[in-house]
Design a protein around this ligand. Structure first.
Ligand code: ARG
Length: 465
């Protein structure tokens, strides 16, 4: 900390005689977390300096000194020996102060035609854009693992549930592909948000634009943006990109949590549909038999952080007048934590799903119990005997009651017993009471039949290359 930063801030302290109260410094400073934006801050400043030179606002030699000096700052930060200072508030002023120490007077020209308001909006947008890309990549990897699971088990029969009660037999592949569809929507939400956020706020200056003849198209292009933002007030006050990222992350986290919940249920001693590998299980310090699905439980729990971050930032933003308010400094920690949490959860789920062991015998036995083919019986009566579905439902219900009373399953009932419920029932009905026939018959588009599942697997394998 230099003396002039102690007494009053070197960056804006011209009209200040005294430095801030210690508590003021504590509430105001963001360097403890926004140092994470150092690479984006330096990238943005280099683009700005190059543009100031190209437009004749700065001399080439000043701009070169700034550009070089910023690279030195970058390598110092990356080497871990940068003297971050709380008195300098945030990453922007830390970088600029260090630049001044390195190159002297030209450093003071970098902030021409710029404000920290458009600077932070640009840095943060660049950071969030990278995270959207990372989410897209991670989701693709997860989808690939799920498609591979679906391909392996396109015809493994398992119980399909509604209300967590056995409903109808489905295939493992069909169940896996349901999640592929969900994660595909998540991925498209990130892609969509990325497109919309890819406009550059730099050059909005404090709020009103600038009188200097800057070239906003040049900086936008240099930073990989499609175009500059069209309104400078919007440029400094918009955090939609962060809200969209958090919203997309929250929905994705809900999907991860639902799959995690299924893994917790399926790996329990009562189900035993799946087993996590040693890499993805933990033991108990007291109960030697335990194999706990901790990673799945934590994924399920971490939705709270992601959703909490979204709610927090929505709450920060909802009452802010245009343009910049310091409230917006609260955007970063929420987004940082949500992004870290989401990436970790995606990686853990991908790892767990890639070496999950599926107990196909257990799946099939469970699929066959609980009168799971009752609908097939009712459908048979409609198809083969011309009964209205409601009547067929009633007849089948009476047979389920009979089987329940006898303690057996539907296929265990004798033909006489079936006929007692309805004379049109014949030997042929037994073929639809088997779970394999049941799933094979569900050939409607998007249905659970193995052929349908294989068609979806092939479609996604084509899309995911
Ligand atoms: N640290 C600030 C933030 O994150 C940077 C912008 C400060 N702007 C200002 N006018 N004080 O929002």
């Amino acid at each position: 900390m230099t003396d002039d930063t102690k007494s009053s801030n070197a960056m804006w302290g011209g009209r200040f005689a005294a430095g801030p109260d210690a508590i003021m410094e504590a509430i105001n400073a963001s360097i403890s977390f926004d140092k994470r934006l150092y690479a984006q801050d330096i990238r943005g400043s280099r683009a700005h300096a190059a543009m100031l030179a190209a437009t004749g606002i700065l001399t080439n030699s000043d701009a070169e000194a700034i550009g070089e000096g910023l690279l030195t700052v970058l390598s110092e930060i990356e080497a871990g020996d940068f003297p971050f200072s709380t008195a300098l508030e945030d990453i922007h002023m830390n970088v600029e102060a260090r630049l001044k120490a390195l190159i002297g007077e030209p450093a003071g020209r970098l902030h021409t035609a710029r404000s920290r308001n458009d600077q932070v909006a640009t840095d943060f947008r660049l950071w969030v854009r990278d995270q959207a890309d990372a989410a897209i990549t991670s989701l693709t990897a997860l989808m690939q693992v799920l498609v591979a699971q679906a391909e392996k088990g396109a015809d493994w029969v398992m119980p399909g549930f509604t209300h967590l009660q056995t409903a109808q037999p489905v295939t493992w592949g069909h169940h896996m592909m349901a999640y592929v569809e969900m994660f595909a929507r998540d991925r498209s939400r990130f892609e969509d948000a990325r497109k919309r956020m890819n406009e550059c706020p730099l050059g909005s200056a404090a709020l009103a634009g600038t009188g200097f003849p800057i070239d906003r198209h040049m900086t936008a292009t240099a930073l990989g943006f499609d175009r500059p933002m069209a309104n400078s007030l919007d440029g400094v006050s918009d955090r939609d990109f962060a809200l969209e990222f958090l919203s997309s992350a929250a929905i994705c986290a809900v999907h991860l949590s639902r799959l995690a919940e299924e893994l917790v249920i399926w790996s329990s001693a009562q189900f035993r549909f799946v087993a996590m590998s040693d890499k993805w299980s933990t033991g108990s310090s007291i109960m030697p038999q335990k194999r706990n699905p901790d990673a799945a439980e934590l994924i399920r729990a971490k939705i709270g952080r992601v959703l909490g971050a979204a709610v927090a930032l929505f709450t920060v933003m909802k009452g802010l007048p245009l343009a910049y308010s310091k409230d917006m400094q609260e955007d970063k920690e929420q987004v940082f934590d949500a992004a870290d949490t989401l990436m970790l959860a995606l990686a853990a789920m991908t790892g767990m799903m890639s070496d999950l062991t599926v107990n196909t015998a257990k799946l099939e036995a469970a699929a066959s119990s609980g009168f799971s083919t009752a609908t097939d019986l009712a459908d048979w009566l409609v198809r083969e005997a011309g009964l209205p579905f409601r009547d067929a439902h009633h007849v089948t219900g009476s047979l389920v009651a009979l089987a329940e009373k006898k303690g057996c399953d539907l296929p265990d009932l004798s033909l006489e017993e079936l006929k007692s419920a309805h004379p049109a029932l014949t030997e042929a009905v037994y073929s639809v009471l088997g779970v394999h026939n049941s799933v094979a018959s569900r050939q409607s588009y998007g249905g659970t039949a193995p052929d349908q599942v294989r068609a979806q697997v092939a479609r996604w394998k084509g899309l995911l290359v």
